[in-house]
Write a protein that binds this ligand. Structure first.
Ligand code: PHE
Length: 396
């Protein structure tokens, strides 16, 4: 008989020997516990139901419970989302002490006349539970995100690699060029004393740049530096000549923002102090800088100007790299791009820092980094450099 396969051998042997085993298997071994074996059943569980079945002739209790267990297993399997949960289900229903395993084992306790019927049910349940587990396993293989699978045919994930802001890059490039020429980077505070930003730079109290309309002042009397030139003063105060420095950094002016003005911008300052320094040295350094930054054909020109801290003072222009000196909108059809100011250090500045103006000579220059970055990349509005719009920045 096929169903006998589901009864434990020992149980069926015992049955054959005329000893009726305890109907609920897995409880305890009746012999070892000394409980009454055979004859009268203990109360509870299958024993009791079996007795009622005998009374009213309804469906065998094992069949009912097999069906119930099958339904429960299906329900549990429906909620399975991980391999661990599937394994839990397997142990709960099909494990050595599992609910269904237990019921199948108890087949041995079924009276012989009921066995064919119960055996068929047991076989059906067993087949169904096996296919339910197989289906759950297949579904899990499709959806289990905890399982690590490697699809070597997938295209690689593209990484978005960042890059320097065009302003930072221009500053870095400028610093690198001057460092190759032997300049050393010096630093100073953004929050400056009025003395370093103006007085020591030979800028008198009535000078328009000191006006509250142009400069941000703090309640304590300090100001946000309007230029990088105060770093010249700080360096000369701190060391004897010769000096060969550049000072890159932020500056602040009380301007109304427009396409060419920003309240916060960047400059790089240069200062060279030694014996017998001339304007020709300055011109050579700036021309070399222009060629390295913008290309070998860039020319440079000086125009007379005025700054309180240089004498003589000049403004310098680079030939327009955008149109190749022919004239365009960027160079306002002049063929020249205005860069910034420079000149020979005024003797009053040397006196302010304690250098002897009879012994020492020097040149100083400043340039706006925004202006150079805009020329380099043909950017027509300074505000684009601060908006941090990636669609704009990704172009450089
Ligand atoms: N500090 C000046 C400015 O901001 C530029 C400059 C620097 C001029 C050094 C002469 C010497 O316009």
């Amino acid at each position: 008989m096929r169903h006998s396969a589901f009864a434990s051998r020992r149980a069926s042997e015992r049955w054959k020997n005329g000893v009726r085993p305890l109907m609920v298997t897995g409880l305890r071994n009746p012999r070892r516990t000394g409980l009454p074996v055979g004859g009268r059943f203990r109360s509870g569980g299958l024993a009791q139901v079996s007795r009622s079945r005998a009374q009213d002739g309804t469906m065998n209790e094992i069949e009912k419970r097999l069906q119930e267990a099958l339904d429960q297993a299906r329900q549990a399997l429906a909620g399975v989302t991980t391999a661990a949960q599937l394994e839990e289900c397997r142990i709960r229903f099909m494990g050595r002490k599992g609910e269904i395993t237990g019921l199948l084992k108890s087949m041995g306790s079924v009276p012989p006349e009921e066995r064919p019927q119960v055996g068929r049910t047991a076989n059906r349940v067993k087949n169904e539970i096996e296919s339910a587990f197989a289906a759950a396993e297949a579904a899990l293989a499709r959806t289990d995100t905890t399982a690590v699978r490697l699809d070597v045919t997938l295209p690689g994930r593209q990484r978005r690699i960042g890059f320097s802001h065009p302003l930072a890059r221009t500053m870095d490039d400028a610093v690198a060029i001057f460092r190759r020429m032997g300049f050393v980077v010096a630093d100073g505070p953004d929050l400056e004393t009025v003395y370093h930003n103006f007085d020591a730079l030979n800028t008198p109290p009535e000078h328009p740049s000191r006006d509250v309309a142009d400069t941000f002042y703090l309640a304590d009397g300090r100001c946000l530096r309007t230029q990088t030139s105060p770093v010249q003063i700080r360096v000369m105060e701190s060391q004897p000549p010769p000096v060969r420095i550049i000072c890159p950094g932020r500056c602040y002016r009380r301007d109304t923002p427009d396409a060419t003005h920003s309240m916060n911008f960047h400059q790089i300052e240069g200062l060279y102090v030694d014996r017998h320094v001339s304007l020709a040295d300055l011109k050579g350094v700036l021309a070399e800088f222009a060629r390295e930054l913008l290309g070998p054909d860039v020319k440079i020109r000086f125009r007379p100007h005025f700054f309180p801290f240089t004498e003589p003072s000049i403004e310098y222009d680079f030939s327009c790299i955008i149109c190749g000196d022919k004239g365009c909108g960027v160079c306002k059809h002049s063929g020249w791009l205005e860069i910034s100011g420079a000149g020979m250090v005024d003797p009053a500045v040397f006196t302010a820092v304690g250098y002897d103006p009879e012994t020492w000579t020097g040149y100083a220059f400043g340039m706006g980094i925004e202006r150079i970055a805009m020329i380099r990349h043909a950017i027509n509005d300074i505000r684009l450099l601060y908006e941090n719009d990636v669609r704009f920045l990704a172009q450089f």
